[in-house]
Ligand binder design. Structure first.
Ligand SMILES: C[S@@+](CC[C@H](N)C(=O)[O-])C[C@H]1O[C@@H](n2cnc3c(N)ncnc32)[C@H](O)[C@@H]1O
Length: 250
């Protein structure tokens, strides 16, 4: 968020609009880690005497997300004025899509949505009017790999798990050191057994092909930059789909 413009309160939130096209839409319950005191690490939320029944990982997320912040550190930012954090997009994708689904971001910027999609095994199509951003996005995408624990996609930032699907927790929890005493959960965070993202990947996602398109204003042709991972047999984004997509945006 930027500084306030004129006489107004400091803008300090993003609104996310969630629309579905039909009654058959995807929605998965997702969990975030418990909010804890930064100094003593005790859980902050008052569970009204029922802390012994707390979920080991953390609560189901509500419609207010206070655990994901704008990118503050310059070293984690690209030269883009409104870059979003990847783990915000990962949370949205874990909530509303499955492996192999196609994610479209027509305003891809420096690739946040595409990176989140690639980490979560989704195919993606992105466009941006500024070819400089598309170039940065493609460069960053080269280093990205799927993030999985025990066969489940998860969102990890700075070696901390930020979002898991509720239904995946029973498979994922083996990757954590969790005290047998439920009351210990109140005092101490559960620990990932292996801290580096690379060492907790257990499988790679199915191959897929995804694309980013720079849009040149006033140009007849759209130059395409294609990111190939592997061809997908089950859920291909074929040439035809890409041709159709291009003609739709022209
Ligand atoms: C809010 S930013 C998106 C930032 C992105 N979510 C990220 O994290 O990097 C909007 C983007 O839309 C692009 N844009 C603006 N007008 C456009 C247009 N007509 N067609 C395609 N992209 C456009 C801008 O270049 C900018 O990168």
């Amino acid at each position: 968020m930027g500084p306030p413009l004129g006489k107004t309160l400091l803008p300090n939130h993003y609104g996310i609009l969630y629309y579905v096209k039909s009654e058959k839409f995807k929605f998965y319950d997702i969990r975030m880690p418990h909010r804890r005191c930064r100094n003593c690490h005790w859980v902050l939320q008052d569970y009204g005497g029922k802390k012994s029944q707390m979920h080991q990982f953390g609560p189901l997320v509500s419609d207010v997300w206070m655990d994901i912040h704008r990118i503050r550190h310059k070293k984690r930012r690209d030269e883009h004025p409104c870059q979003l954090p990847v783990h915000l997009l990962e949370r949205l994708l874990l909530m509303s899509s499955d492996e192999g689904d196609i994610v479209l971001d027509p305003f891809i910027g420096t690739g946040t949505t595409a990176i989140a999609a690639k980490r979560l095994g989704r195919a993606f199509i992105g466009t941006d009017i500024d070819p400089k951003y598309v170039e940065i996005a493609n460069r960053k995408l080269e280093d990205e790999e799927p993030t999985m624990i025990n066969g489940c996609y998860v969102s990890i930032f700075l070696d901390n798990m930020i979002t898991v699907r509720d239904k995946d927790w029973n498979k994922i929890k083996d990757a954590f050191l969790i005290s047998q005493d439920p009351l210990e959960l109140e005092k101490r965070e559960i620990q990932l057994l292996h801290k580096k993202r690379k060492t907790i990947k257990h499988e790679t996602a199915k191959g897929m092909q995804s694309s980013l398109f720079p849009l040149y204003e006033g140009c007849e042709e759209i130059a395409t930059a294609t990111v190939n991972v592997e061809p997908v047999a089950e859920n291909p984004i074929g040439r035809q789909a890409l041709e159709n997509f291009k003609s739709n945006i022209l």
